[in-house]
Design a protein around this ligand. Structure first.
Ligand code: PMP
Length: 428
């Protein structure tokens, strides 16, 4: 049925009155979305779109999932407050459930409002705990937009003239475009060299995504993270796993992205969809490392507020109840296979990669030269949107089509997405 909601959306009004201009880098004709239901969103005219990108941004288990909505409404009716000064069961319940999902000694949770804040805090804790200032991050990674996180983020257009001290960007172990191809250990040598020649020999740590999300869904070359892990340990540093995109079962095979690499981080950060849209981030670490905050008077007014943590707990329950990690594995693998088979038909697809429901399609003008096809990607995004499918873009060159749906995505949705992509590419 047509939606009888607000009148037409004025993009020009938004451009005048609301600063973030990121929207302009995506669609020529952006949508005004007014409703959501599981894997679908609806525009002001009642038109339905299959959302194959929003899963990463806000929605882990489906737009307006009734169980999560109920948890949020119930807690909002009961109490919304700061937890800086008062106890509240919702906060502890989520912290306890989250800690139960973590391996080893990772049992202390600190809540924040976003991924940026979680990574800022993690970096500060690593520096306080080790007594060293230098940190390593991987080229092409994204970790946030405050001073320290912008510093470790390694793409120039996210850096905004930041004052960045003690940050060292190492080679990206990118199996597709990287200089050493699939040889993870060769890339890891660069970390040792950077420590040898660029620091006092000791570092506070490294921050790394298990799969680079914003960077274009780049799976780190096999063997890289375990080798880097021991190099960092020898240099006295901590390993910070940024699970903002790869956590919470999205990769299908594992609940946390780092688990696929067989390492046990010292600090794990998470955010985005973990509250299914309620703003929340978290840092999880060991009791030993967490001690650095004990006397620091650290607080965040709304970090881990009762409404957001009630949402977080509900999300964890839904992931369990609806078997969403398994679904990410089964449907994600099916979708990846179908995308790969499109390569036989469309020369523009240079690479299909990722795990579970964190997938990327690298578009190239020339398969041999791997020349990024950025404009073509924008065209495909727009056309697919006009046919009712929302996908994302990313990568340093803006040529990677990103697919990160809510984890309730079905095989039929996967088929629809691939068919629409196939049709769009055939028409180019
Ligand atoms: N880490 C990663 C891996 C991210 O993808 C992002 C957001 N794109 C962040 C951190 C920052 O999260 P937020 O936007 O919530 O600050």
């Amino acid at each position: 049925a047509p939606y009888n909601g607000p009148s037409a959306f004025h993009l020009s009004k938004r451009r005048k009155q609301y600063l973030p201009t990121f929207i302009d880098t995506f669609y020529t004709h952006p949508l005004n979305l007014v409703e959501g239901k599981m894997q679908y969103v609806y525009d002001e005219n009642g038109r339905r779109y299959l959302d194959a990108f929003g899963g990463i941004a806000t929605v882990l288990c489906g737009h307006c999932h009734p169980y999560v909505v109920e948890a949020i409404v119930n807690q909002t009716r009961l109490l919304q407050h700061t937890t800086v000064l008062y106890l509240n069961h919702a906060v502890v319940d989520f912290a306890e459930a989250l800690a139960a999902k973590m391996p080893g000694e990772l049992k202390v949770v600190v809540f924040t409002n976003s991924g940026t804040e979680a990574n800022e805090l993690a970096l500060m804790m690593a520096r306080l705990y080790t007594g060293y200032h230098d940190v390593i991050s991987i080229r092409n990674g994204y970790h946030g937009n405050a001073t320290s996180t912008m510093g470790v983020t390694a793409q120039f257009f996210y850096k905004f003239n930041v004052v960045q001290t003690g940050v060292h960007h190492v080679l990206n172990p990118d199996p597709y475009r990287g200089v050493f191809g699939l040889d993870g250990e060769k890339y890891a040598n660069d970390v040792q060299e950077v420590i040898n020649y660029g620091t006092c020999g000791h570092v506070a740590g490294i921050v790394a995504e298990a799969i680079q999300g914003v960077g274009g869904v780049i799976e780190l070359a096999p063997g890289y993270l375990p080798a880097v892990y021991s190099i960092i340990k020898k240099a006295g540093g901590l390993f910070i796993a940024d699970e903002v995109q790869s956590g919470f079962g999205r990769t299908g095979s594992h609940f946390w992205g780092f688990e696929a690499h067989g390492i046990l981080p010292d600090i794990v950060t998470m955010a985005k969809g973990i509250g299914n849209g309620a703003p929340i981030g978290a840092v999880v670490t060991t009791p030993e490392i967490a001690k650095v905050l004990k006397y620091a008077c650290f607080f965040s007014t709304f970090g881990g507020n009762p409404v957001s943590t009630a949402a977080g707990l509900a999300v964890l329950n839904v992931i369990e109840k609806d078997k969403l990690q398994q679904n990410a594995h089964v449907v994600g693998s099916y979708l990846k296979d179908r995308l790969k088979s499109l390569m036989e038909k469309h020369e523009i697809i240079g690479d299909v990669r990722g795990r579970g429901m964190l997938l990327g399609v690298d578009l190239v003008k020339d398969r041999q030269l791997k020349t990024p096809a950025k404009d073509e990607n924008l065209h495909i995004l727009e056309q697919m949107k006009d046919m009712g499918v929302l996908v994302g873009k990313g990568g340093f060159y803006g040529n990677v089509l990103r697919i990160t749906p809510p984890l309730c995505f079905t095989k039929e949705d996967a088929d629809f997405l691939v068919d629409v992509m196939d049709y769009t590419m055939s028409k180019m």
